[in-house]
Ligand binder design. Structure first.
Ligand code: R1P
Ligand code: URA
Length: 292
């Protein structure tokens, strides 16, 4: 096995991985990701004990326990480019020997669960509800840099999606990746299920028009009206597809739980998004802390 060079796997003076500033022993195998660094404490305040707190740039992490379950909660900041860093570095912490810089022979799968906010694309999924993503459909391009292979069903869904949305490669070539079936089955009660579209921006890419026009003004309507078999697009945000795609390639089990703060069809925004996110955190932790 080849040693990974200093320029490729960057380790700081503490021996911790560069961006996340974490040592392998500071990471639990169940990882909750949140976009907002301030949300880390809102999650870890429910831990019975906290053994480590680290921060570098927007990556804040707390590792601790609820009962016997060891958990890490980490902030990713916003967007798929940050997810490239977080997923690769989380994987390196468990699957690359940080001393020899060699990939381990026995790989460790992580459970990686995003708890984030999102906009609904369906009138039937109102603000203040929760969505568990069955798939991440990426308009963000990240996985086009890797060798993600789609299943036959995924290829058919994408083909139908491209035809329906009239997306051109001038904008992006979409990709799709499923949630972990072994995690998804635990998030049923109180959750809507559906495809989450991941966008590389909050404004133009999500059809929010302030002072600028967009290339495909009908894109949002076409996301709402798309269906493939029983699959429908429920919501969009900015991380899920890249977590699912990279997680799948690296062999981790990934899930995305969304607090619906905006409904783009009804043009509504939650009157108390803070309380909504708190409810999602509490409900999700009740489930996550009892996962096998
Ligand atoms: C945009 O406001 C941010 O909110 C959503 C989007 O994915 C994006 O990161 O998630 P978080 O609430 O987890 O940050
Ligand atoms: N996050 C997003 O990315 N979009 C929304 O509409 C709400 C939260």
């Amino acid at each position: 096995m080849q040693r990974i060079a200093e320029s490729e796997l960057i380790i700081n003076d503490r021996g911790a991985i560069y961006h996340l500033n974490l040592l392998p022993e500071e990471l639990a195998t169940t990882v909750i990701t949140v976009g907002d660094p301030d949300r880390v404490e809102l999650v870890s305040r429910h831990f019975d004990s906290i053994e480590v707190k680290r921060q570098h740039r927007e990556f804040v992490s707390h590792t601790g326990r609820i009962g016997n379950k060891r958990l890490t909660v980490i902030s990713t900041g916003i967007g798929p480019d940050n997810i490239d860093i977080v997923l690769n570095e989380l994987d390196a912490l468990v699957n690359i020997d940080m001393t020899t810089r060699i990939i381990k022979e026995t790989l460790t799968p992580l459970n990686i669960i995003r708890i984030g906010t999102s906009g609904s694309l369906q009138a039937s999924i109102p603000v203040d509800s929760f969505v568990a993503s069955t798939h991440g459909l990426g308009l963000d391009n990240l996985l086009n840099f890797y060798r993600l292979e789609h299943t036959e069903e995924e290829n058919q869904l994408l083909q139908s999606f491209i035809t329906h949305t009239q997306l051109t490669t001038q904008i992006t070539f979409p990709y799709i990746s499923r949630a972990s079936a072994s995690l998804l089955k635990h998030f049923v009660t109180n959750f809507h299920h559906g495809i989450t579209v991941t966008c590389p921006g909050f404004y133009g890419p999500q059809g929010r028009l302030l002072r600028l026009g967009v290339k495909n003004p009908d894109l949002i309507n076409r996301l709402t009206s798309f269906s493939f078999g029983q699959h429908q697009i429920t919501n969009f945000e900015m991380e899920t597809s890249s977590i699912f795609g990279l997680g799948r390639l690296l062999g981790h089990n990934c899930m995305s739980l969304n607090a619906i703060v905006a409904n783009r069809i009804q043009k509504q925004f939650s009157k108390d998004s803070g309380a909504l996110v708190d409810r999602l955190i509490k409900h999700s932790l009740e489930i996550i802390s009892t996962l096998p």
